[in-house]
Design a protein around this ligand. Structure first.
Ligand code: NIG
Ligand code: FE
Length: 394
């Protein structure tokens, strides 16, 4: 180790979640009484605090026994939108069902908004996410649903994150109401080629009332032909072909996964597709919750994400999702924390985040608590006290 002048020793960490399988103590690779050296954006050293190499860092920062974790990886959000739908939420809480029909409201508001207004919303929500510990965020388009508006949404998103997703087939826009196949053709032939340079991923909403498996397959294949990697919204509102389509095309992730059959779980097991659970959406739509136990017990890789959007899940809080996962989906606190960090990284096919290991990005959070358990144990409490993004305290 040849420490740089700006390296910092994060010392006196009471409980360090590393997610490094080479370290002992369960799936989280927990070290007690630990220290981490960060420098030039990366993690430079991790270990017990009584073995910090001599002269490892110029600065020392005392964590006073707090828990430190990798920053959360929120692998599923829709932050580029205008307006809000609080009335729709209130109606749902009074008994109305969620139908996805409200997406049209947000499309109209988003099309009418300036780029500047859209950017201000993304900026506000990314900052809100930071405050609750999110250091990597994926961001979808999907409220433009025209070539020009989807392009605009992606250009706004890419200012904030490299994890941009073209959600071209989210809802059939009003001007295509009676001819959804013409919309799918527009997506494949015009929207994907124009938008692909600004996206890393291609996503679809594969659900009754949105797009069917053939339409979604066509869009995903068009995206793949332009270098995008597929991901799928599937099995949110009922059983359907989304999970199996995701596995068939080798999607990085299938998201929601609220209604699964044994065949869906079997298809995911042994596939390279992560099951991303979005309990905030199930909470805010009074839906049932996914059968996380069936997925975990079948060794499916599980991620947790917020799905932040104005319709089904207007939250940026990964700790809230962890608490829901533990309380409502019977995930252990260890499984939930892993899913919110390493699971999200797997869903984004990233090995440089969601882990505290030499060479990884120095994205870390410190809790106002002695253990990661408090994330589920103290729901609704602002426990994230420090956020370090690429080695800099935010
Ligand atoms: O992931 N399910 C599809 N899309 C979003 C919600 C869209 C909306 O209602 O605005 C979701 O939940
Ligand atoms: Fe979503």
């Amino acid at each position: 180790m040849s420490p740089g002048r700006n390296w910092t020793l994060l010392d006196n960490i009471g409980c360090l979640v590393t997610n490094d399988p080479e370290l002992d103590r369960g799936p989280l690779g927990v070290l007690v009484d630990a220290a981490v050296v960060v420098g030039e954006g990366l993690i430079r050293w991790v270990g017990p605090r009584d073995r910090v190499p001599e002269g490892a860092a110029a600065d020392r920062h005392d964590l006073q026994g707090r828990a430190v974790l990798p920053g959360f990886v929120d692998s599923h959000t829709h932050l580029v939108f205008a307006g809000e739908r609080a009335e729709e939420f209130a109606a749902r809480m009074a008994g109305a069902p969620y139908t996805a029909g409200g997406i049209a409201t947000t499309i109209a508001a988003t099309r009418a908004a300036t780029d500047r207004a859209l950017g201000a919303t993304v900026s506000r929500l990314v900052a809100e996410g930071w405050q609750s510990g999110t250091t990597t965020v994926e961001c979808k388009s999907g409220y433009g649903q025209s070539v020009a508006d989807e392009l605009r949404c992606l250009r706004v998103a890419e200012v904030f994150t490299p994890e941009t997703t073209l959600l071209a087939a989210h809802a059939v826009p009003p001007e295509f109401a009676d001819r959804p196949d013409d919309y799918v053709r527009l997506v494949c032939e015009e929207m994907v080629p124009v938008c692909a340079p600004h996206a890393k991923w291609i996503d679809v909403f594969c659900e009754r009332g949105a797009f069917d498996a053939d339409q979604c397959r066509a869009v995903l294949q068009a995206g793949m032909a332009h270098g995008l990697t597929p991901r799928v919204h599937g099995n949110q509102l009922g059983p359907g072909p989304g999970v199996r389509l995701a596995v068939e095309v080798g999607a990085a992730s299938v998201d929601h996964v609220t209604y699964t059959t044994a065949a869906d779980v079997a298809a995911l097991a042994g596939s390279g597709t992560v099951a991303t659970l979005l309990p905030g959406a199930d909470f805010c739509t009074r839906n049932r919750y996914p059968d996380a136990r069936a997925l975990l017990d079948a060794d499916v890789t599980v991620a947790l994400a917020t799905d932040c959007n104005p319709g089904t899940s207007y939250t940026t809080s990964m700790p809230f999702c962890i608490a829901l996962a533990v309380r409502e989906m019977h995930m252990s606190p260890e499984e939930a924390v892993h899913a919110a960090t390493a699971g999200g990284a797997a869903a984004l096919r990233r090995d440089d985040v969601g882990v505290v290991r030499e060479g990884a990005r120095a994205d870390l959070i410190a809790l106002d608590a002695p253990s990661y358990l408090h994330l589920a144990y103290r729901p609704g409490v602002q426990l994230v006290r420090e956020v370090w993004q690429e080695g800099l305290r935010m």
